[in-house]
Design a protein around this ligand. Structure first.
Ligand code: AMP
Ligand code: MG
Length: 368
């Protein structure tokens, strides 16, 4: 997802101007050394910080009047993202301090053995994932770990697995085999080989927690950019909606249109975000739990909601359901909108977003 942060120029002009402006700001940041620079007036300041976490660059940007406070708030917020990253990471090496701190590793290690007590954060993520997993008829399935591993996603060895291996896993990797105990706050995987994978929810949940921290610190204007996950706080410059470009899934340095957001999250799932090509066929990382193969029918889907964690669950879910079933599905959930790019090269969107999303260019036509 691209960010259009200049806003008031025609879009093709914007891109060059945007780049120039970003470059200037970047240089300014280096010159000042502090990462803080003036933002249009003498009183308004902007502070940004970046970290590479959850396989993507996380950028937190805030506006306010006091430089030191902005810096402290962003540090606190980034630490919150790091905390969620640590407890949800399923890839640290056994025996390392990271492994010991990962609640997901603990759950997976105890699969088929015993329930594991977890933090409220992990419990909430698992509980919501199971709720929407159930509601989607199993399309969202956080028990997808072994199938992800068969494909080699998350490693340097991505490849098409043996069909027999996939069908063996499909029998057990079902959400019904994840047992929650609400009183003890435990998670139990019934089968020994099961592996929980929060890749479809953790980034959005973490971005929401970051926004919560910033809001609690009194930040009225800010933006969290976690790869395909965006959360905006308030309005830009206290007057205008933030303008967020949705990436063109077939030309990722371009965008298909611009969303206007105020105090909302926009989360995109796309087949371009992680994939590999074998024998001329490209396979991506969002798996249809009915087949064990990458879901077809969608190139990308962006979900807009007040809650970034929910938007993340739903973006993955809608990607699997496809435009027709997906748009039907979100009618049942209040305050959620979506914009699809279908594999038929058409853009589909929900009613409530039509006046807040502007298609740019004519590469994709509007579907019915
Ligand atoms: P996202 O980019 O939010 O759509 O998340 C994609 C990630 O979610 C993948 O890299 C997997 O970790 C995980 N995943 C893949 N397929 C599914 C699925 N059917 N249900 C839940 N999580 C999935
Ligand atoms: Mg997701």
């Amino acid at each position: 997802m691209l960010l259009d942060r200049t806003c008031s120029y025609p879009i093709f002009f914007n891109k060059r101007w945007c780049f120039m402006k970003k470059l200037l700001c970047f240089l300014l940041v280096i010159i000042l050394g502090s990462g803080i620079y003036g933002c249009g007036s003498n009183t308004k300041k902007e502070y940004s910080s970046h970290e590479f976490l959850m396989d993507t660059i996380i950028t937190i940007t805030v506006h306010g009047s006091d430089e030191k406070t902005l810096k402290d708030d962003v540090k606190k917020a980034m630490n919150e993202f790091k905390r969620i990253n640590i407890i949800t990471n399923r890839f640290p090496e056994k025996g390392t301090p990271e492994y010991a701190k990962s609640e997901i590793c603990k759950i997976n290690e105890n699969a088929g053995l015993k329930p594991v007590a977890v933090s409220d954060d992990v419990f909430n993520m698992v509980e919501s994932s199971l709720f929407y997993g159930d509601m989607s008829g199993g399309a969202f399935n956080i028990a997808i770990g072994p199938i992800m591993d068969l494909w080699g996603f998350g490693s340097n060895n991505m490849h098409v697995p043996e069909a027999a291996d996939i069908s063996a896993r499909l029998k057990v990797d079902k959400i019904d085999n994840i047992v929650l105990n609400k009183v003890d706050k435990t998670v139990f995987l019934k089968d020994k080989g099961m592996i929980l994978d929060l890749g479809g929810v953790a980034k959005g949940y973490a971005a929401q927690k970051v926004a919560d921290v910033l809001r609690a610190e009194g930040i009225k204007e800010g933006l969290i950019d976690a790869g395909g996950n965006i959360v905006v706080i308030g309005e830009k410059n206290n007057t205008d909606p933030w303008r967020i470009g949705i990436t063109d899934p077939r030309k990722t340095d371009n965008y298909i249109g611009v969303l206007q957001l105020v105090d909302e999250a926009a989360v995109t799932s796309g087949d371009y975000q992680r994939n590999f090509t074998e024998n001329g066929i490209t396979y991506h990382h969002i798996i249809n739990p009915n087949t064990g193969f990458p879901a077809g029918g969608t190139w990308s889907v962006t979900v807009i909601s007040k809650d970034s964690g929910l938007a993340d669950i739903l973006s993955t879910t809608l990607f699997i359901l496809g435009p027709e079933k997906g748009l039907d599905f979100i009618k049942k959930i209040e305050g959620v909108e979506a914009v699809f790019v279908g594999a038929d090269k058409k853009i589909y969107m929900s009613e409530g977003i039509k006046d807040k999303f502007e298609i740019t260019g004519n590469k994709y036509v509007l579907g019915k």
